[in-house]
Design a protein around this ligand. Structure first.
Ligand code: AMP
Ligand code: MG
Length: 271
């Protein structure tokens, strides 16, 4: 099962060169789209069973972090990878521009309260990483403040991990011209207008600065306890496949089991 996913895992301390990032890269996968769709179908039913086990066993927690530029497919990934799971045990937390109340606290405050409880999977649609991405690119805080956040994030995630939360982080990478196509489509297709935000073309102008911020964030916060995966995402079928493979692999590694009937109930007769 581990096949093909390790090459996307970012080694701790990696010095990444965003110039070399390629959203089209599917080189580790020999089959084409139809093979990927078939595999995804199988993985999804595996995910469904594993998630039920996680929920039933009530021992582990899983946090999935999704980060990407606009239109790279955070929403689509959530929809397509998690379709079919039991909504009782899976939750999505989306992080927007912080409210006045959120801004009055440390940047991890709003994040900590959304982390998964025992037996749960929580998906972060954006995350505390915005505080070293948008906050850095737009100088929302001074440099010494975002600089120390890499360490604060690593400490925070380490503590979650030591308390029993598995953490998987995905950066969905599309190329700049792929984003152009997708934003144009959002403008043209009436069923996609709602997805378009005026901030999308504005943020696009900071593409280079965002890529540098991502490169540094991924390199400095990919850790043994909370690894980052770089996911080439121009092709949606490949993106979904990589994310689903990594998640299924991590859930398999938990070796969850259905809890046995408590001793006191073993001789119970239903009358
Ligand atoms: P969307 O995910 O497309 O609905 O957009 C949410 C917006 O909120 C994006 O433009 C994010 O950059 C922004 N955002 C999320 N977290 C933060 C943060 N901590 N500080 C500033 N902006 C943020
Ligand atoms: Mg958006």
């Amino acid at each position: 099962m581990g096949r093909g996913i390790d090459r996307f895992r970012i080694p701790p301390g990696a010095r990444l060169r965003p110039q070399a990032w390629d959203g089209d890269d599917t080189s580790g996968f020999r089959g084409g789209k139809s093979a990927a769709v078939r595999e995804l179908e199988k993985l999804r039913s595996r995910l469904e069973s594993l998630q039920e086990l996680l929920y039933a066993e009530h021992r582990h927690r899983l946090l999935v972090v999704l980060q990407a530029m606009d239109s790279a497919g955070k929403d689509g990934t959530i929809r397509r990878v998690f379709q079919g799971v039991n909504p009782q045990g899976v939750r999505v937390a989306s992080f927007k521009v912080p409210s006045v109340e959120e801004l009055a606290h440390d940047f991890l405050w709003r994040v900590h309260r959304e982390v998964p409880a025992t037996g749960e999977i929580t998906i972060f649609n954006r995350s505390h990483y915005e505080d070293v991405l948008v906050a850095r690119v737009h100088h929302l805080v001074p440099k010494p403040v975002w600089e120390r956040r890499y360490r604060e994030i690593n400490d925070f995630e380490r503590s979650l991990s030591e308390e029993g939360t598995s953490i998987l982080k995905f950066y969905l990478h599309i190329d700049k011209d792929e984003q152009k196509r997708r934003l144009e489509e959002r403008l043209e297709d009436p069923t996609k207008h709602w997805k378009f935000s005026l901030s999308d073309p504005r943020e696009r102008r900071y593409w280079g600065a965002y890529m540098r911020a991502y490169a540094e964030a991924l390199g400095r916060t990919s850790t043994d306890w909370a690894p980052w995966y770089f996911v080439p995402s121009n092709r949606k079928w490949f993106r979904d496949l990589v994310v689903c493979r990594v998640i299924v692999h991590a859930l398999e590694a938990m070796h969850s089991k259905y809890p046995p009937l408590p001793r006191a109930l073993r001789s119970l007769r239903i009358t």
